[in-house]
Design a protein around this ligand. Structure first.
Ligand code: UDP
Ligand code: MG
Length: 311
């Protein structure tokens, strides 16, 4: 008599690694990327799945990755619209079946050939393996400058933990870190900073970031600005504190001046009024940004919604 009950040998081996690839309008580069990726997957000694997240592409991306999904090792998840790379990565982390996840871009700027090295570092005991670019020589001047500014500002605003420089989203996230991220709200903050905040054993591996192989960058100046603002608003209240100090000093100096204890050269009541108005504007802007962030965090909306999933 045969039993229909599942035995351990019936169930597929647990997936060790998910390769998570967010893509938005990437039809030009996907074939090249997938070929190089699968060549590496073949060599890996651990069970691996490939998970494409289609972030609301309007070109042939959806059809292409659905085609790849027929191989049994690849899956695709389609978001309802373009929610942005952060949302796509978070959707992928929630969806991944592997014990660890490696996030990589599909424009071949993050070489898939480095995946075995990342796995090696994970197996040495590092929960997070950050890929750190050696230089930014292939980025345009504006991007290099804004990136430098971003790290300088983050250094000033965050003291509790280090934000590694020149590390973007190309990283391995181990099982404990994945569990911690999944337990948090979708709006817990920009992933690359959140991962540093977690405080798990982390290593940085240097690599040469290659130029995009086809297509164009999907990041507009506005989305970069939003990412920068979100990094600050989610992890530091120091701008609020700085504003409080500024207001306090201003109040003190103004009081001394009104009481006649001190004079400040040519300062007139009009100057004082102007300064009060400027401080009020600045305060409204700073506080307004934080209130906006609070509204986003308490909103019942998830970070993204998906249409359908390929089995
Ligand atoms: N991406 C995405 N959603 C977006 C923008 C980008 O999923 O709204 C994906 C994109 O397809 C690529 C990765 O994120 O796989 C990095 O994007 P891109 O190469 O445009 O960024 P850059 O390298 O210029 O910073
Ligand atoms: Mg790119």
């Amino acid at each position: 008599m045969t039993s229909s009950a599942h035995t351990p040998s019936d169930s597929p081996p647990p997936i060790e690694l998910t390769l998570l690839i967010p893509c938005f309008n990437e039809q030009c580069v996907l074939a090249q990327f997938h070929a190089r990726l699968m060549a590496i997957v073949e060599q890996l000694k651990i069970t691996t799945e490939v998970l494409y997240i289609n972030d609301g592409s309007q070109d042939e991306t959806a059809a292409i990755i659905d085609q790849y999904s027929l191989d049994g090792r690849t899956r695709s998840l389609h978001l309802n619209r373009n929610f942005g790379k952060e949302a796509a990565m978070r959707a992928g982390i929630n969806e991944a079946r592997g014990r660890a996840v490696i996030i990589l871009d599909c424009d071949l700027q993050d070489p898939p050939e480095l995946i075995p090295l990342m796995v090696q570092e994970w197996h040495k005991g590092f929960e997070i393996v950050n890929m750190q670019r050696r230089s930014r020589h292939c980025d345009p001047w504006l991007k290099r400058t804004t990136a430098r500014l971003y790290y300088a500002v983050m250094d000033q605003l965050i003291d509790d933990f280090d934000v590694p420089r020149e590390v973007s989203d190309f990283r391995l996230i181990g099982p404990n870190a994945l569990a911690a991220i999944r337990a948090m709200d979708d709006n817990a903050g920009v992933l690359k900073i959140l991962v540093s905040w977690l405080g798990y054993p982390t290593t940085e591996v240097n690599y040469d970031r290659k130029p995009r192989q086809a297509g164009t960058s999907k990041w507009s100046s506005r989305s970069l600005l939003n990412l920068g603002a979100d990094s600050i608003l989610a992890f530091s209240t120091r701008p609020l504190r700085m504003y409080s100090y500024l207001s306090g000093i201003s109040f003190l100096l103004g009081s001394l001046w009104i009481a006649g204890v001190a004079t400040f050269g040519e300062l007139t009541p009009q100057h004082l009024l102007l300064q009060a108005i400027l401080l009020l504007c600045l305060g409204t802007a700073v506080v307004g940004e934080y209130v906006g962030r609070v509204l986003m965090v308490v909103s019942p909306r998830p970070k993204s919604l998906c249409k359908r999933e390929q089995p």
